[in-house]
Design a protein around this ligand. Structure first.
Ligand SMILES: [Zn+2]
Length: 68
């Protein structure tokens, strides 16, 4: 029982591509993950804000599905 719980526990934790922290809650973008904290920050950040550029740079790390 303990092992099964651990496996499920680990499976639920994903590494956020923005803050590099392991979080449970968030959204999946293709094969990448953004935690809900960062997602909220991105949504709330003004596009003129320097932070917005920072987030965009982070999001560039996300690999889009490609056949090449
Ligand atoms: Zn994050």
């Amino acid at each position: 029982m303990g092992e099964a719980y651990n496996q499920q526990y680990q499976h639920k934790h994903k590494q956020c591509v923005v803050c590099d922290e392991n979080k449970q809650q968030g959204i999946h973008l293709f094969d990448s993950f953004i935690c809900e904290d960062c997602e909220r920050e991105i949504v709330l950040t003004d596009t003129k804000d320097k932070l917005y550029k920072y987030y965009l740079e982070k999001l560039r790390k996300i690999k889009l599905p490609s056949t090449s």
